[in-house]
Design a protein around this ligand. Structure first.
Ligand code: ADP
Ligand code: MG
Length: 581
C-alpha cells in the first residue's frame, strides 16, 4: 500500500505527494488530525504529485497529513440485500448512517453496503468438479420476488474448478459458499458478495441486441408518441417546476421493468428527503406490495460533497448492470444529471483545467456519452436476455435547451422528452412538448408496435401531423384573430386541441388515468383517431367549439373509468353514438 503526504488543499481538492506509483482513480484515505480517515479518489496524477478529490468535509486537513493509497478503484459491493436500500453516492446505507450519527452525516464514518449479519437461503446450482469462470452462476438466494443469482466474481481471471460448494442452507453474504481451484492450482474462496469498479462497465454478456421492445411507462404521450425501448435511453430536459420529478416518479411506479434504480443527484435537499419519505410507501401496481421491494435509491443532496455526487450515477448504473446479469430488466432514473454535470464542472475548475462551453470541462460530452452507453439490451452468456434502460432528467437554467448538458445528452440518447414552461404553465401535464420531442425507437420497435395494431405507425404519423398543423393554425390565429380564421382551419385547431387534451395530457394524480396499458392506449387511440377523421358539420365556430367541448368531457370521463368496467362501457357507448352521428 503506497503512502503520501498532503502538500496543498483547495476545497475538496487535495494535492498529495507520493513515493511509489499511484493509479488514476484509485481510492486513497487522508488521515485527518482528529484521527478520522477521509475517503477520496485520485483524479489526476502528475509526476510525483497527484490530486485527490475528497468525498467528505475537508475542514482541518493540514499540509503534512498522511495519505494512504489503497491501489483499488472506487467499487460497489454487489450481492443479495441491495434491493430496498437507500444509499449515498458511495453506497453508504443512509438510514444506518443517520441512526449512527444523527441527521448530519459525520465525517469518516463508513458502513458495509450489505448487511453482514443477515442470512440468506442459498441453493447451489453448480457442483463440485464443474469448470467455471468469471460470471458463472453458482447458485441463488430469494430476494424479494426474484432469485438473486450468486456469480463467480466478475473480475476472476481464467478458468477454475469447483472443489467445494455449500449445501442448501442459510449463509451470510461474507461466508464462503464455494471454493475453487484456479489455473495456478491455488484454492480460492467465493462468497455471495463481490466488488466491481463503478466506472468500468460490466460486460459479461455475449452481445448487445438492438433495443426493439417497448418499455411501457403507462404514460400515453411517451408510449404512443415518443416511446423508450427496453435497454434504451431517454432524456427529460425541462426548466425548474415543469414536472421532471413528478414524471420520473410516475415512470418509476408504472414502468414494466423488474428493478428500479433511482439516482437522485443533488437536487435541493428538501426534494430528496421528500423522495425518501414518499417512496417506501408507494404501492407496486403490478404486485400490490411495496414498490421499494424492487427498488434501490442512490441519493445525494447538494449539501453532500461534489465528488460523492459525481460518483452516484456510476454507483446506480453498476448495480443496475449487476441485476441485468440475472436476466432482469432494470430501469435507471437519474434526476437530475445537471447536478452531476455541475459536480464535474466544479472538480474540473479546481483542477484548473481549460474550460469548455459554460465552464464545463471539454470532456463533458464524452462523460455523458459513456454513461448512457452503459444502457443496453443484452444476450447473456447463458442465452437469456436482460436490459438496463436509462432515463435522465436535465434541468437547464431558464429552460434554455441550448446549453451543454442538454445538447450533450440529446446527442446520445434515443428519445428526447422535452418539457416546456408553455405547457406546464398552461397545466398541460405531463408537460412533454409534442412539438419538440422525438424518439428514434419508433421505427426500431416497428414489429412490436405492429402487434399492438398494424395501423399503429400510420395513425401515429397522422396524429403527429395534426398536432403540427393545429399549431400552425394557432400561430396564424394569434395574429389575425378567430374572425380571420376559416371554419375549416378552426376545426383543425380544435381537433389538435382535442387530441392533446384527451390523449397527450394525463392526470398523474388520478389512479386510473395515471397508467394506461398498451392495450388500453391502442383502444383509446383508435377511437380518438376515428373522431379526428370525421367531417365535423358545425354551423359556426361556436358550434364547433361546443361539439369538441362535449367530446373532450366525454373522453376525459372515459379515461378516468376503470378499464372495461361499467362506466367505461357507458361512456364508450356515448362516444360511439357520437361517432355514428
Ligand atoms: P421539476 O422537477 O421539473 O422542478 P416537479 O416535478 O417538482 O418539477 O413539478 C412541479 C409541480 O408541477 C408539482 O409539484 C405539481 O404541482 C406540478 N406537476 C408536475 N407534473 C404534474 C403532473 N403530471 N400532473 C399534475 N401536476 C403536475
Ligand atoms: Mg425536480
Amino acid at each position: 500500500m503506497g503512502m503520501g503526504r498532503v502538500v496543498a488543499a483547495y476545497g475538496n481538492m487535495v494535492t498529495v505527494s507520493f513515493d511509489e506509483s499511484v493509479r488514476q482513480n484509485e481510492v486513497a484515505y487522508i488521515m485527518a488530525t482528529d484521527g478520522t480517515k477521509l475517503k477520496s479518489e485520485v483524479i489526476r496524477v502528475r509526476g510525483d504529485q497527484c490530486n485527490v478529490q475528497v468525498f467528505e468535509d475537508t475542514r482541518d486537513i493540514r499540509v503534512g497529513d498522511e495519505v494512504e493509497f489503497t491501489g483499488d478503484l472506487l467499487v460497489v459491493e454487489l450481492g443479495p440485500g441491495l434491493l430496498e436500500q437507500i444509499y449515498d453516492g458511495l453506497q453508504n446505507p443512509l438510514p444506518k448512517l443517520s441512526e449512527a450519527t444523527g441527521h448530519f452525516l459525520k465525517r469518516g464514518v463508513y458502513f458495509e453496503a450489505l448487511d453482514r449479519a443477515k442470512r440468506w437461503d442459498f441453493t447451489p446450482t453448480a457442483k463440485v468438479g464443474d469448470t467455471v469462470e468469471a460470471g458463472a452462476v453458482l447458485g441463488s438466494v430469494p430476494e424479494g420476488k426474484f432469485q438473486h443469482q450468486i456469480f463467480v466474481p466478475f473480475n476472476f481471471i481464467g478458468r477454475a474448478e469447483i472443489v467445494r460448494i455449500s449445501p442448501k442452507g442459510l449463509y451470510t453474504v461474507a461466508e464462503a459458499i464455494a471454493e475453487v481451484k484456479d489455473e495456478a492450482g491455488q484454492v480460492r474462496e467465493i462468497s455471495m458478495v463481490q466488488r466491481w469498479p463503478i466506472k468500468i462497465p460490466l460486460r459479461q454478456y455475449q452481445e448487445r441486441l438492438l433495443p426493439d421492445q417497448p418499455l411501457v411507462t403507462g404514460c400515453r404521450i411517451i408510449d404512443s408518441f415518443y416511446p423508450v425501448a427496453k435497454g434504451g435511453t431517454a432524456c427529460i430536459p425541462g426548466p425548474f417546476g415543469s414536472g421532471k420529478t413528478v414524471l420520473q416518479q410516475i415512470i418509476s411506479r408504472y414502468a414494466d421493468v423488474d428493478i428500479i434504480m433511482v439516482a437522485a443527484c443533488g437536487e435541493r435537499a428538501g426534494e430528496v428527503v421528500e423522495t425518501l419519505r414518499e417512496f417506501p410507501h408507494l404501492e407496486d401496481p403490478y404486485t400490490g406490495r411495496t414498490l421499494m421491494e424492487r427498488t434501490v435509491i442512490i441519493c445525494n443532496t447538494s449539501s453532500m460533497p461534489v465528488a460523492a455526487r459525481e460518483a452516484s450515477i456510476y454507483t446506480a448504473i453498476t448495480i443496475g448492470e449487476y441485476y441485468r446479469q440475472m436476466g432482469l430488466h432494470v430501469l435507471i432514473l437519474a434526476d437530475s444529471t445537471s447536478r452531476w454535470a455541475q459536480a464535474l464542472r466544479e472538480m474540473s475548475g479546481r483542477l484548473e483545467e481549460i474550460p469548455g462551453e459554460e465552464a464545463f470541462p471539454a470532456y463533458l460530452q464524452s462523460r455523458i456519452a459513456e454513461f448512457y452507453e452503459r444502457a443496453g439490451f443484452v444476450r447473456l452468456n447463458d442465452g437469456r436476455t436482460g436490459s438496463v434502460s436509462v432515463i435522465g432528467t436535465v434541468s437547464p437554467a431558464g429552460g434554455n435547451f441550448e446549453e451543454p448538458v442538454t445538447q450533450g445528452t440529446l446527442a446520445v440518447v434515443g428519445a428526447f422528452l422535452g418539457l416546456t414552461w408553455a405547457r406546464s404553465n398552461a397545466r398541460r401535464f405531463p408537460a412533454i412538448d409534442p412539438l419538440i420531442s422525438w424518439s428514434k425507437y419508433l421505427d426500431q420497435m416497428r414489429a412490436s408496435l405492429d402487434k399492438v395494431d398494424p395501423q399503429w405507425l400510420a395513425m401515429l404519423k397522422d396524429a403527429q401531423g395534426l398536432i403540427f398543423e393545429g399549431n400552425e393554425v394557432k400561430k396564424r390565429m394569434d395574429v389575425v384573430g378567430e374572425e380571420g380564421t376559416s371554419l375549416a382551419d378552426f376545426i383543425v385547431h380544435l381537433k389538435a386541441e382535442f387530441l392533446d387534451s384527451v390523449y397527450l395530457q394525463q392526470n398523474a394524480f388520478d389512479p386510473v388515468d395515471a397508467f394506461n396499458t398498451m392495450e388500453r392506449q391502442a383502444y383509446t387511440f383508435k377511437t380518438i383517431f376515428k373522431v379526428l377523421g370525421m367531417d365535423i358539420s358545425a354551423k359556426d365556430k361556436d358550434d364547433a367549439r361546443d361539439i369538441f367541448f362535449r367530446l373532450s368531457a366525454l373522453f376525459k370521463n372515459w379515461n378516468a373509468s376503470a378499464w372495461q368496467g361499467e362506466d367505461f362501457r357507458r361512456y364508450e357507448a356515448q362516444i360511439n353514438e357520437f361517432v355514428r352521428g
